[in-house]
Structure formats: C-alpha cells, structure tokens
Write a protein that binds this ligand. Structure first.
Ligand SMILES: CCCCC/C=C\C/C=C\C/C=C\C/C=C\CCCC(=O)SCCNC(=O)CCNC(=O)[C@H](O)C(C)(C)COP(=O)(O)OP(=O)(O)OC[C@H]1O[C@@H](n2cnc3c(N)ncnc32)[C@H](O)[C@@H]1OP(=O)(O)O
Length: 176
C-alpha cells in the first residue's frame, strides 16, 4: 500500500536513548504549533511513541477542517502528516525540516471522523531522512484514507534562530 523507495546506502538511524518509551505520549513540541499545540485553530493532535522508529497519532476532524461540505480539506490532512513525520525527530533527536511531502488521498475523510496516523522513519542517507505514514479512518486498523512519504533534511539548531523567532523562552528541549 505504501511501498517506500529508498536510495542505495540508506540506513536506519538509531532510536535515541532519551526518546519517549513505546506507549508514552509525546510532549507538545511548541505550544503554538498548528499540529500539536494549544493553538486555538489547530489540529490538537495527540501522538504517542510506538516500537522502534514509529509514532501513532490521531485527531478529530471538525467543522473547522472542511474543504468540501462535510469533508476534510486535503491540505489540512497533509498538514497532519507533516506534523507526524516531523515529530519522528523526537525518536532520533535529529533536528530536521520538511524538504518534500507527497500525499496520496485514497478515501474521503468526513467531518466527525478520527484520523489515526502511523508514521515511521524508513532510512537516513547523509542529511536526508526518509519517512512515511499511513492514515486510517476511526480506528488504528480502520480503512486506509491516506498514505504519505516525506523527505526531511537535517539542519543545525541555528536554522530555527536564523529563520524563525529562535528557541529562547520556549518549551523546547527535545523540540526545536
Ligand atoms: C537538545 C537536542 C534537541 C534535538 C531535537 C531533535 C529533534 C526535534 C524533534 C522534534 C521536532 C518536533 C516537531 C516538528 C514537527 C512538526 C513540524 C513539521 C515540519 C515542518 O513543517 S518544517 C517547515 C517546512 N519546511 C521548511 O521550511 C524547509 C524550507 N527549506 C529549507 O530551509 C532548505 O531548503 C533546506 C534546509 C530543506 C535544505 O537547504 P540546505 O541549503 O540546508 O541544503 P541543500 O539545499 O543543499 O539540500 C541538502 C540535500 O537535501 C536535498 N534536498 C533538499 N530539498 C529537497 C527536496 N525538496 N527534494 C529533494 N531533495 C531535496 C538536496 O538535493 C541535497 O541533497 P544532496 O546532499 O544529495 O545534494
């Protein structure tokens, strides 16, 4: 369903010893994050660590998330995948940003459904981190609604201070 093509030489990164244990809920990496933070208009995603280099997340699709009447907006669903794939950095402790995100929409996602997303790191080659995810409707083993692949590029922490508002005064020790 979500066959990942990896370049020759890619290897699996190590799970960081301080990564959240399997089953543990991940902290909000930034309180204003649109994906996981308290941001009023955000997705309020809840994410827990899985085995190895996997994460399990979910969010409730509400009236605020519509594109067509009664259906989730595709770009918003892609955002949820970006969030999940980005949060994989909490397992590896490699600071990285999205370089490329490819999303396949396989089923409509109605308002009031809960989207369950399983994300994983597939491999690393140099600064490139290959990731993928699958989103299912209303249960962890529900029908597949979306699949995605993301290429994340490792950056130094100065990326965030140079281009953003820096990391000062932030609830980020594990989170850039
Ligand atoms: C105390 C310890 C703390 C450790 C913490 C660790 C981890 C943190 C954990 C958790 C994080 C938590 C949450 C994050 C969650 C969600 C947020 C969602 C993620 C985002 O929302 S994030 C925002 C959107 N994102 C951007 O805002 C990026 C804008 N962009 C750039 O900032 C530059 O574009 C950059 C930096 C990407 C690259 O720039 P650059 O100059 O550094 O490097 P360069 O261009 O040379 O690329 C190097 C190699 O990547 C290849 N490459 C690059 N881009 C590619 C593409 N699109 N397709 C195919 N290949 C690509 C090149 O081809 C080359 O490959 P090669 O080496 O083989 O030539």
């Amino acid at each position: 369903m979500n066959k990942v093509e990896l370049p020759e030489g890619a290897t699996l990164p190590v799970r960081h010893p301080d990564a959240p244990a399997p089953g543990e809920e991940l902290p909000v990496h930034y309180s204003q994050c649109f994906g996981c933070g308290d941001n009023e208009s955000g997705l309020h995603m809840r994410v827990r660590a899985g085995e190895g280099l996997t994460l399990h997340g979910r969010f409730l699709v509400t009236d605020h998330h519509q594109g067509a009447p009664g259906l989730a907006h595709g770009g918003l669903l892609a955002c949820a995948f970006d969030e999940m794939l980005g949060m994989l950095g909490m397992l590896t402790h490699i600071p990285a940003v999205t370089g490329r995100l490819e999303t396949d929409f396989r089923r409509p996602v109605p308002v009031d459904s809960t989207l369950h997303i399983r994300a994983q790191v597939d491999g690393v080659l140099g600064r490139k981190i290959y990731t993928s995810a699958v989103g299912r409707l209303n249960a962890e083993d529900g029908p597949v609604a979306l699949t995605a692949q993301g290429l994340f590029i490792e950056v130094g922490l100065e990326h965030f201070s140079k281009h953003g508002r820096g990391l000062e005064g932030r609830d980020f020790e594990v989170n850039p």
